[in-house]
Design a protein around this ligand. Structure first.
Ligand code: FES
Length: 157
């Protein structure tokens, strides 16, 4: 009889998914800076996972693609190079360090401000990386800086 080749169904791509680069490229650079429908977006490849978010920091529009990744309580965070705000890669949450006033020792802890930086969906198909922008009807603080043009450095303050 005839030999049948089983072709694996590729991962479905959203209709609005935009090609941003190749898996190969990201293996080396660990991050890609790009523009998706006029919006500046950064894609990180960290510990085997892809994370896409608005490139301009929700605080004052700082260039997140130039930041360092830091582990805070087991969460990978991008640290904005301008004023060192920490943003969780996975969720876009802003973290801040504060004192728990219930705690008599007043030790500093990390708290979440909730989602501040808009994150986007990453799809990998046939060695290529695609980004689908998240729903802009749900507001996010980083929207304010998403369509402005900024210089990367130095901080304007
Ligand atoms: Fe990012 Fe201020 S602009 S911390």
């Amino acid at each position: 009889g005839q030999q049948q080749t089983v072709i694996q169904e590729p991962e479905e791509l959203d209709e609005s998914a935009v090609l941003v680069g190749k898996v190969e490229d990201l293996k080396v650079s660990k991050r890609i800076r790009t523009t998706v429908n006029d919006r500046e977006v950064v894609i990180f490849h960290h510990l085997g996972k892809y994370h896409a978010m608005d490139l301009r920091c929700y605080h004052s529009g700082g260039p997140l693609h130039l930041g360092e990744i830091e582990d805070i309580n087991g969460k990978a965070c991008i640290v904005c190079p301008w004023h060192k705000y920490k943003i969780v890669l996975e969720t876009g949450e802003g973290l801040y360090q504060g004192v728990n006033h219930q705690d008599p020792k007043r030790t500093k802890q990390w708290f979440s401000k909730g989602k501040k930086q808009r994150t986007h969906k990453v799809t990998v198909k046939d060695g290529k990386i695609y980004v689908t922008l998240s729903d802009v009807n749900e507001r996010c603080d980083s929207d304010f800086y998403a369509k402005e043009k900024f210089n990367d450095e130095p901080c304007p303050d």
